[in-house]
Write a protein that binds this ligand. Structure first.
Ligand SMILES: C[S@@+](CC[C@H](N)C(=O)[O-])C[C@H]1O[C@@H](n2cnc3c(N)ncnc32)[C@H](O)[C@@H]1O
Length: 219
């Protein structure tokens, strides 16, 4: 019997331990810092009550938040808009990245998340506790440098989605960016149709893994 040989036996045990350690570390990385305490208190409970509107039971990982904010410049004064802030994992990453003279306007419809966003106490941040439908009336034509969206596009009806994209294009500057993530490729087509330039990135370390669309607006 192979297991009676001590050498094989210790090799087998070592392999099992390494596998379990790898699995544990991967899960710890994916769930990030919110696995034990923050998630049940904030995001998941609120998401659970309104899953269609929230689109996911898990807030984005820091890996995804970092990828979404990669193209933000720390040197220039930017006008940045965030759509669907949740409890602020991406909001924080944006605030960490943008310059002191930049401004971040963030939309969040779910009242439960507002105290988390208000806790940032950052003068550069304006919180709109309202639906993104008001985007066009809150900003002028050609006003915004970058829009980062977490809106659950897959759960939003076609008419709303098309109106949203029209509004996004209206407020974005020439060569302004619309950055959106999704857990499937469902809405790639509608984005391709509306933006002349679109690139995609994949973020495995998120729950679930996400596709990031980076769309460039040409006026
Ligand atoms: C998938 S969650 C993302 C939350 C957070 N940004 C993250 O990445 O963990 C989508 C968020 O969009 C918000 N949302 C959905 N529809 C909205 C709308 N019409 N206007 C504003 N926020 C909306 C939801 O309440 C939810 O917080």
């Amino acid at each position: 019997m192979i297991f009676l040989n001590p050498l094989y036996f210790s090799f087998f045990i070592t392999t099992v331990i390494l596998q379990k350690t790898f699995l544990f570390l991967s899960l710890a990385i994916i769930y990030d810092d919110y696995l034990l305490i923050r998630m049940p208190k904030s995001f998941t409970l609120s998401a659970f009550k309104n899953i269609k509107q929230t689109g996911s039971l898990f807030r984005s990982s820091k890996f995804l938040a970092k990828k979404l904010t990669e193209s933000l410049s720390s040197d220039q004064p930017l006008t940045v808009v965030e759509l669907g802030a949740g409890d602020g994992v991406i909001t924080k990453e944006i605030l960490d990245k943008i310059s002191p003279k930049s401004r971040l306007y963030t939309y969040e419809i779910n009242n439960n998340f507002i105290p988390h966003l208000s806790a940032f106490k950052d003068d550069r941040l304006t919180i709109f506790n309202q639906s993104v439908e008001k985007l066009r009336s809150d900003f002028g034509y050609n006003d915004v440098d970058i829009i980062i969206s977490s809106l659950p596009l897959a759960n939003i009806n076609k008419t709303f989605k098309e109106q949203l994209i029209r509004n996004v294009k209206f407020v974005l500057k020439d060569k302004g960016q619309f950055i959106q993530y999704q857990y499937s490729k469902n809405d790639k087509k509608i984005l391709e149709t509306n933006f002349k330039e679109l690139s995609t990135q994949f973020c495995f370390f998120n729950m679930p893994p996400a596709i990031i669309y980076n769309c460039v607006n040409f006026v």
